[in-house]
Design a protein around this ligand. Structure first.
Ligand SMILES: Cc1cc2nc3c(=O)[nH]c(=O)nc-3n(C[C@H](O)[C@H](O)[C@H](O)COP(=O)(O)OP(=O)(O)OC[C@H]3O[C@@H](n4cnc5c(N)ncnc54)[C@H](O)[C@@H]3O)c2cc1C
Length: 385
């Protein structure tokens, strides 16, 4: 696949392109991308007035807006580029302690919006936004719940199932995002229940598997077998995983074996093997390859071609995060695949943890940052009078 074609950038105006260039340039400096997020985190904690700075930089680069309406121009621009959108109301657990009803309402709005807009492919559910982390932790650890805890858990399960039911009724697919390993067991439990209940005729509920965990390939195999046995479609978004440092630090501090693979090569191996397994079992598995890694995407594309599958098969999706790897999204689009950009939105202060992860991730993905920079520079040069 060729990386040199930058014509997709014609959809951006020149000042947006210059801004994009500066953002990627700043993130490619190790000092800035290490210290910057730490300063931002502290500033938000201290209540310093950094919102407008964040909004005109990181937020603009990686988010659609503060509410659904603000996302519309971005959805339209992506549509013009032949790309689809995945809407992610980007609230994270600690921000929403008393706002669960409001979150549920917003998630239903996302499902409605997705149902009405043929270029919006999925809604996203981050289950930690709907229940106390302590509950997710206790269930993951298989602790015996006391009566009030059991009641809270049952209520949470009902809320999640109600959202899945709503999505099912509207024929909208939803991703259940994967989070930290110490709460993931509980999230898996709910996602599995959703899939067994609502994925009989088509995939509505998609769980997420993080292949940087050394136990996930086995889990994927087990779930494929279960889908075959119970006759439902396993929906799965395959990602590498976004919480590497936190996982390793916590395991080290608390003295338990890290759930993370020993090195990047092992993550890549399981990711690729997982993708191939999904493709080989396409009748029972609907998958989304959530990755910016060109080798993995190429591997999947080649296997799909080899098996003579329709690239627009309803069980095949590719997705990259909004603001990242546009060139790869376009390459996949040109190969005939359905490609979406994962578009978080929400009040600036709610999405800061997400923005910090992106700033850190872009500093470590230097090849991609370089590719984006090169493409933008070529396009800016092309526009010179
Ligand atoms: C559509 C989409 C949805 C997503 N949803 C989720 C989600 O629900 N949950 C979630 O956690 N993340 C999610 N992500 C984020 C995703 O995990 C990161 O974007 C991804 O890890 C970046 O990897 P990559 O596949 O793009 O490829 P690369 O850039 O090739 O890989 C980088 C990744 O490899 C892994 N890695 C790096 N170094 C090591 C090492 N030394 N040892 C072991 N592993 C290593 C890490 O996971 C790192 O992020 C999503 C991403 C996309 C595109």
């Amino acid at each position: 696949m060729d990386q040199k074609d930058q014509s997709y950038l014609s959809h951006y105006n020149t000042s947006d392109l210059r801004k994009k260039w500066w953002m990627f340039k700043a993130m490619s400096f190790p000092v800035l991308s290490t210290i910057g997020p730490a300063i931002l985190e502290k500033s938000i904690q201290l209540g310093l007035p950094v919102k407008s700075l964040v909004k005109s930089t990181l937020f603009e680069q990686f988010c659609g807006g503060e509410d659904l309406e603000e996302c519309l121009p971005v959805v339209t621009r992506l549509q013009k580029m032949g790309l689809h959108t995945v809407l992610d109301y980007g609230v994270e657990s600690d921000k929403v302690a008393d706002q669960k009803d409001a979150v549920v309402k917003e998630l239903k709005r996302v499902i409605d919006f997705t149902a009405k807009n043929s270029h919006v492919e999925f809604g996203v559910l981050k289950l930690s936004a709907l229940v106390d982390d302590k509950m997710l932790h206790a269930v993951t650890d298989q602790k015996k719940l006391n009566k009030p805890e059991q009641k809270a858990w049952d209520q949470f399960e009902e809320t999640a199932m109600d959202l899945f039911q709503y999505a099912h009724q509207k024929k909208v697919r939803v991703f259940v995002d994967a989070e930290q390993s110490w709460i993931q067991g509980a999230i898996d439990q709910i996602a599995e229940l959703g899939m067994r209940t609502f994925n009989k005729e088509r995939a509505i509920v998609y769980t997420t598997m993080q292949m940087y965990r050394h136990d996930r390939l086995e889990y994927l195999k087990k779930m494929i077998q279960e889908a075959k046995n119970l006759e439902y479609i396993l929906g799965v978004k395959i990602v590498r995983g976004a919480y590497l440092e936190g996982e390793r630090d916590r395991a080290f501090e608390r003295g338990y074996p890290s759930p993370i693979q020993k090195d990047k090569a092992s993550t890549d191996k399981d990711f690729d093997e997982g993708l191939l397994l999904c493709i080989e079992n396409i009748d029972f598995v609907a998958f989304c390859c959530g990755s910016h890694n060109q080798n993995s995407c190429e591997l999947a594309a080649t296997k799909i071609k080899e098996l003579k599958l329709d690239p627009k098969h309803s069980h095949i999706d590719f997705s990259q995060l909004y603001g990242m790897s546009d060139f790869l999204s376009i390459l996949l689009r040109d190969l005939g695949f359905r490609v979406s950009k994962y578009l978080p939105y929400g009040p600036v202060e709610f999405v800061v943890p997400y923005l910090i992860r992106r700033a850190r991730e872009n500093s470590s993905v230097t090849d991609q940052t370089q590719a984006e920079l090169e493409a933008i520079k070529l396009e800016l040069n092309r526009r010179k009078p």
